[in-house]
Design a protein around this ligand. Structure first.
Ligand SMILES: C[S@@+](CC[C@H](N)C(=O)[O-])C[C@H]1O[C@@H](n2cnc3c(N)ncnc32)[C@H](O)[C@@H]1O
Length: 274
């Protein structure tokens, strides 16, 4: 049996009772550690908090492990109970479908335990979830790679009056360029994109267009550490949010479309006053 269990967004206590029971029944517990982050991070302390509450040792599975060793995880699940933990919801903006497809193809029973995701937690600001268009991901620009495919999607959403959720890049366990050349793997320190960097990049792309889909005066909402006790939510123009320090990761940004008066009333609670 393969259990795929959502942990929610805040800390170890956000697990559901069903999720906890499934972990306790499992012979081995893996935790996916590269598409999101619980609010206390994955330091050795953070991990031991999880292990203490869940009563089981947890094996951290980075991208390499999930991509290269999925076969091993799945063959364990053929004859024992294996839990695969995912921060947020297993199907909220993450693609664990490949694992499910491989498991089902091998005849392994798959049991998914859902939890809160960033995709629904953003509802707290009052912008209606059914007024959103396609979600976009903003990757870190480099000197030589400045992809702008998110721009057309934001423009299409804007044209339809829809809001856009921008998920911001996470770089965990990325091999350094030097180490790739040397054939030995050294890793860059983890990087999590801030709202400030996202806005810099978004404006760099829109400023090169004739009739930009958004400008520094476009209304947005910035979210940091949703679901944790110190979560931060601020609504304001892009140029206002650009100056705010949102603190520790994770961050995401919503570019608003056409708003309903009730949405505006809710947004007022979060409005930037500067
Ligand atoms: C791949 S998505 C997260 C998927 C996760 N499975 C879920 O359901 O929430 C990761 C991105 O979502 C955003 N994000 C995730 N959790 C967040 C949080 N608690 N607060 C703010 N943004 C968050 C960040 O932009 C992050 O880079």
């Amino acid at each position: 049996m393969l259990y795929i269990i959502g942990l929610g967004l805040g800390d170890e206590r956000d697990i559901t009772l069903k999720g906890l029971e499934a972990i306790q029944k499992s012979d081995k517990v893996y935790m996916e550690a590269y598409t999101s982050l619980l609010s206390f991070g994955l330091s050795s302390d953070g991990l031991s908090n999880l292990e203490k509450l869940y009563g089981k040792p947890i094996i951290l599975a980075d991208r390499e492990m999930v991509e290269e060793k999925a076969g091993d995880i799945l063959s364990e699940a053929q004859h024992s109970h294996v839990a695969f933990l995912v921060v947020g919801d297993p199907f909220g903006a993450t693609t664990h479908s490949d694992l499910v497809v491989r498991a089902k193809t091998m005849g392994i029973e798959v049991n998914v335990v859902h939890n809160a995701s960033v995709m629904n937690a953003i509802g707290i600001c009052g912008l209606q979830l059914y007024h959103y268009g396609e979600t976009v991901s903003i990757p870190f620009f480099t000197e030589t790679w400045r992809p702008d495919s998110f721009y057309e999607k934001i423009q299409q959403n804007k044209n339809m009056g829809l809001h856009t959720l921008c998920l911001l890049d996470i770089r965990v366990k990325e091999p350094t360029l030097e180490s790739l050349c040397r054939g030995r793997k050294d890793y860059e320190p983890p990087r999590y994109m801030t709202i400030n960097t996202a806005i810099d990049q978004l404006l760099e792309i829109s400023q090169a267009r004739d009739e930009p889909a958004y400008t520094e005066d476009t209304e947005c909402v910035g979210f940091a550490r949703l679901g944790s006790e110190d979560q931060m939510i601020v609504a304001g123009k892009m140029k206002q949010l650009q100056l705010i320090d949102f603190g520790a990761p994770l961050h995401c940004l919503v570019i608003t479309g056409k708003t309903h008066p009730l949405e505006e009333e809710m947004l007022d609670f979060y409005r930037c006053r500067t």
